[in-house]
Design a protein around this ligand. Structure first.
Ligand code: SF4
Length: 298
């Protein structure tokens, strides 16, 4: 099936992107594997006619925002993100009305319509830099409440108003589970994702984005790691670090939305070119502005 997918991708001048949390067999069929913004930015640089995005909906929207002239399709159009879905434009506007004058920062895991309404976007790798760069003391941060609480800890001089969203996959991990895995592997370094609960983050040797996990594991002299993020990252960590061992902080850290896409879906979307992602131009232009402001800061 990999051969057939690669043949069709060549024939249709398509580039296949897979997020780090996708099934490993889907990652192996992709041209690029990475985090959502990195993938979208790299795809924009290629001369591919079509982008096949194996991930969740807001990620494919990011690809469309950055590559308006390319056709963007998803193997599974029903793969959404429960974190991104916690906030709507109406709810965001109501929050902004409660705090006039406070700028809004949104985590990249948001719909294009939300990105269009905020002052600036951020990623899990640059959120503190972005928020610290704002002159205002009070800052609205959406949609991830855990990330907002971590930011408040990193930047005590700021007043971070958080939204109530969480990523169910990361929020599921509890401090007791981490302590138990640490007890089983006392030499292992624990890496947490900022979408985890603050009580979990406080147990971490390092707090990193998915790309940061890969870099930390490669550069660290440690040989064992406890992985506090979606388990889909583990096969890649293992492949890139032969001789090092990776233990999930919890086997339950599996995002069902990320696991919806299988190889049959990738093949089908290449054949049919359906499930196209479209972003209205007025939203796209404003959302690009929020992304560009982030890039300028970082
Ligand atoms: Fe959304 Fe969390 Fe799944 Fe990522 S892992 S797609 S943030 S629910």
């Amino acid at each position: 099936m990999h051969d057939e997918i690669r043949r069709l991708a060549r024939e249709k001048n398509a580039i296949i992107l897979a997020h780090n949390y996708q099934r490993y067999e889907v990652q192996l069929a992709a041209d690029l594997v990475g985090d959502s913004l990195g993938l979208s930015a790299k795809a924009a640089e290629t001369d591919a006619r079509m982008i096949v995005f194996a991930g969740v909906h807001f990620m494919a929207e990011s690809a469309k925002i950055l590559s308006p002239g390319k056709k963007v399709v998803m193997p599974r159009s029903d793969a959404g993100c429960p974190l991104a879905d916690t906030i709507t434009v109406e709810k965001l506007r109501a929050l902004q009305a409660e705090h006039p004058g406070a700028p809004t920062v949104c985590y990249i895991n948001s719909a294009a319509a939300i990105k269009a309404e905020v002052d600036v976007c951020c990623t899990s790798a640059n959120m503190d830099k972005v928020v610290a760069s704002l002159p205002e003391r009070k800052v609205l941060f959406v949609p991830d409440g855990n990330m907002g609480r971590y930011l408040q800890k990193l930047l005590p001089e700021k007043e971070i108003i958080t939204w109530k969203g969480v990523c169910p996959t990361h929020h599921r991990l509890r401090a007791e589970q981490v302590l138990e895995v640490k007890r089983q592997h006392p030499a292992a370094k624990f890496i947490a994702h900022p979408e985890c609960r603050l009580e979990v983050i406080e147990l971490a040797d390092a707090v990193r984005s998915t790309t940061g996990f890969l870099r930390y594991a490669k550069e660290s002299e440690a040989t064992e790691f406890i992985v506090g993020t979606e388990t889909g990252l583990i096969p890649r960590l293992e492949a890139e670090n032969p001789g090092k061992r990776f233990y999930p902080a919890s086997e339950a850290m599996v995002c069902p939305n990320m696991k919806m896409t299988n190889l049959e879906d990738v093949l089908a979307v290449l054949e049919n070119e359906d499930n196209e992602i479209l972003v209205p131009d007025d939203i796209r232009v404003r959302a690009v502005g929020s992304l560009e402001r982030m890039l300028k800061i970082t």
